[in-house]
Write a protein that binds this ligand. Structure first.
Ligand SMILES: [Zn+2]
Length: 270
């Protein structure tokens, strides 16, 4: 479980799972929290329970994204009408697990809900404004980053909850690292629409044969700074999910085979 120093505050609990500390087996071993995959449901729910207990997330409700690589972020008001997963007979019995379709980020001021988002190479972004008391959890893969979903989160926090970007604390979690994340022209073209060339060259390293190494974490940090979050409010995990075989699940490494998913969990505390 990864926890960030910058988010270790009285008003929030948070954590991003790795593949360690769970009960799943095979390609899902051991900590798999992917609720849409083929792993044993009893194992998945036990893993989620362990993660929630480890970080002290005690809310009766969990709202999980069903991600589509968009820049859609939902503000959670009344979520009680969302589709709900069956937790009877599982380690999570007594709680509610809701699914929010078609979004890649969740934002809320509520203290009765844990935000849950999913990762296996894409970049987890967690935002917390301790002044306006609002949290956001965002899934930012290359498509989300090229569309500026991190910037969208900051814009929404300011517009909906009157946050000042200078107050926002931001964490960037383990994900595909620049050591391993090779991309082609199509990806770079999409980034050119979001970033100026002078910013781009800070996180793209050209290779031979029209390939590039892309530092997705640095791109997201750049988006945060461009939108007013001070450098000192941003904490980045250096872990690479692709070469960190023992510690992380990776979509690219799994190459189409079954794999586990990692999750970011965030809850505001009363
Ligand atoms: Zn790597």
């Amino acid at each position: 479980m990864k926890q960030f120093e910058i988010l270790t505050k009285p008003g929030i609990v948070h954590g991003i799972t790795t593949r360690l500390g769970g009960v799943s087996t095979g390609p899902y071993a051991t900590m798999n929290t992917g609720i849409y995959g083929n792993d044993d449901w009893l194992h998945i729910t036990e893993n989620i329970k362990r993660a929630l207990d480890a970080i002290g997330a005690d809310a009766p409700n969990i709202v999980a994204t069903r991600q589509v690589h968009s820049k859609n972020i939902a503000v959670l008001g009344d979520f009680s009408k969302l589709p709900e997963m069956d937790l009877k007979g599982t380690a999570l019995e007594g709680r509610h697990l809701y699914v929010y379709e078609g979004v890649d980020g969740l934002m809320t001021q509520r203290t009765d809900v844990v935000l849950m988002t999913f990762y296996a190479d894409c970049v987890p972004l967690v935002f917390y404004d301790p002044v306006q008391k609002v949290v956001a959890s965002v899934h930012s893969g290359w498509k989300g980053t090229a569309q500026g979903i991190g910037a969208e989160a900051i814009r929404m926090m300011c517009e909906v909850f009157h946050s000042n970007p200078k107050d926002i604390l931001a964490a960037i979690g383990h994900s595909a690292g620049v050591c391993c994340y090779e991309v082609d022209d199509k990806v770079i073209e999409a980034f050119k629409r979001q970033f100026s060339l002078s910013v781009l060259q800070d996180f793209i390293v050209p290779k031979d044969y029209g390939k590039y190494m892309l530092d997705l974490k640095a791109a997201n940090a750049a988006l945060m700074r461009m939108n007013g979050i001070p450098e000192s409010n941003i904490e980045v995990d250096s872990g690479c999910t692709i070469c960190g075989v023992e510690k992380y699940h990776s979509h690219r490494r799994a190459a189409g085979n079954d794999r586990g998913s990692m999750s970011a969990f965030v809850q505001l505390k009363k």
